[in-house]
Design a protein around this ligand. Structure first.
Ligand code: ADP
Length: 489
């Protein structure tokens, strides 16, 4: 279907693809096409073709057949191609950002930032591929030698969400490629164009046919096809805890290795000795990026009782000044939410909290722009049993609660099934260590909202999943240890 009245105006129109990418080819779909809407306007951006389960199986077969050639390349041969992929992402950053804003809604500057952040994983893992060292272990007996090789795990599958349509893809595919594994990616239905543009660039970078594949179609069918195919040795998933549970259970069938980056319920603690202004800036940054649709977004703010009134007032004033609008408008701070279900869910969470006595300081309802826009909202007097406090909000709504002392702050912060990101502000050196160690989360931002980079492990504990992406550890999930005993020396 041609693009509608909401055209992608790109410098390189070949980045806009409408078909699955399998075995180095753009292939025809054999299942119902999928319409992709612009959340800012509601207009249909276009359709993508999708695959039946049988065709997804054929794609996995192609990846399986590509494994020996990709694995046999030297790390340098693989890394040169991955560096080229990185360079192409930077070269086309404006187009990639535009595609992302059109299909996902986030402000253009954020989209561009995400492209640079995503690309950094391609570069990082290109470098790491050359450092996937094995070991020589001093042997336990004379006349023997003991080696450990690190080998690619095999064909990998990735399922990614719509909130970071580029970064989540590169963060999963780059370590797989670096390790010598072909990968099959299923991007989110709302944001397939970003994924297909990355496939186009991977092809231009010289990643061989069958090594980088993008399949589109019915998510449960594709998830089952990934789980059932014996060639798939590893699944990496980012998305909801609900879907993560389904995929983990399915992976049990073939004993596939799994990495899960699931939901969060991040606390943000402001102690009485915090740098007040930095804490306000940090709260805004860690909450309202991508309209709050971020797994590491602040979900709950805990403020020492002596600062509570002033902090709430200052935060509400700053939040009320955030500009809601189309992400293509350079003034926009907060774009639309992803779909109508997101608006309905947030409206329901707020209605429940209000009925339970919560106080709204700013926002609280769908924005007057209509459509998928929602007012950035600040709430106090929340009941800690409320869903708004206990569940991942995934929208531009923040709740604040006062606490008396450090012990109470930690107890409230840790009182959640989730364990992804956490934040706190304090200038007391002893407290920095005590609280960082006392928070039961995979990541802690102390006096900073910025907690993700290609060089740091990213991931959670408890219902937020397991496995780490990024850093020198990020390649481990895609490699197996092989122990080689040599006798008769
Ligand atoms: P959200 O509710 O935020 O969209 P999901 O966990 O449903 O989060 O979606 C994240 C990704 O998981 C998307 O790519 C989606 O298509 C995919 N997905 C959802 N359900 C399944 C499933 N049963 N099997 C495989 N993938 C799924």
């Amino acid at each position: 279907m041609p693009l509608s009245n909401d055209p992608f105006v790109l410098q390189d129109s070949r980045l806009l693809r409408h078909q699955p990418f399998v075995n180095g080819q753009w292939i025809d779909g054999d299942a119902p096409a999928l319409a992709v809407d612009n959340p800012a306007t509601g207009a249909c951006l276009g359709e993508v073709e999708t695959l039946s389960a049988a065709s997804v199986n054929a794609a996995i077969d192609a990846a399986r057949d590509a494994l020996p050639g990709w694995k046999a390349m030297t790390a340098r041969e693989r890394s040169v191609r991955m560096e080229r992929w990185h360079d192409l992402m930077l070269e086309h950053a404006d187009d990639l950002a535009r595609i992302m804003t059109l299909e996902q809604g986030k402000p253009l500057a954020e989209a561009r930032g995400e492209i640079l952040y995503g690309a950094s994983f391609a570069k990082w893992f290109a470098e790491e591929s050359r450092r996937a060292y094995g070991e020589i272990i001093p042997p336990p007996a004379r006349g023997r030698r003991l080696l450990v090789l690190r080998e690619p795990i095999g064909v990998c599958a990735a399922i990614t969400p719509w909130n970071f349509p580029c970064a989540m893809i590169v963060r999963k595919t780059a370590p797989a490629l670096a390790a010598g594994c072909p990968i099959i990616l299923k991007p989110a239905e709302s944001t397939p164009f970003s994924a297909l543009a990355l496939a186009e660039l991977a092809q231009r970078a010289g990643i061989p046919p069958g090594v980088f594949n993008v399949v589109l179609g019915n998510p449960p069918d594709i998830g089952k096809a990934f789980a059932a195919h014996p060639a798939v040795r590893k699944l990496s998933f980012t998305g909801s805890t609900r879907t993560g549970r389904v995929l983990l259970a399915q992976a049990a069938e073939q004993i596939q290795k799994v990495t899960l980056e699931l939901g969060g319920n991040a606390p943000f603690i402001v102690f009485e000795d915090a740098d007040f202004d930095a804490a306000i800036d940090g709260a805004i940054a860690a909450k309202f990026r991508n309209a709050g649709q971020v797994c590491v977004a602040v979900n709950r703010i805990l403020v020492h009782e002596t600062l509570f009134g002033r902090f709430t007032e200052c935060l509400a004033a700053r939040v009320a000044a955030l500009k809601v609008g189309n992400g293509l408008d350079p003034d926009t701070d907060i774009g639309p939410l992803i779909n109508a279900a997101a608006i309905e869910r947030i409206t329901a969470l707020l209605a429940e909290a209000k009925a339970d006595g919560a106080k709204i300081h700013t926002g609280g309802q769908p924005h007057k722009l209509g459509g998928l826009y929602f007012e950035p909202t600040v709430i106090t007097q929340i009941n800690p049993c409320a869903r708004l406090w206990r569940e991942e909000i995934f929208g531009p709504v923040i709740t604040l609660i006062p606490f008396r002392d450090e012990a109470e702050a930690l107890r409230l912060a840790n009182d959640t099934e989730y364990g992804l990101a956490s934040y706190f502000y304090s200038r007391d050196l002893g407290r920095l260590f005590r609280v960082a160690e006392g928070l039961h989360f995979g990541m802690v931002g102390a006096n900073t909202p910025a907690i993700s980079s290609e060089c740091a492990p990213f991931g959670g504990i408890k219902a937020s999943g397991f496995g780490r992406e990024g850093s020198s550890h990020g390649i481990d999930d895609y490699l197996e240890f092989k122990t080689v005993w040599i006798g008769g020396i």
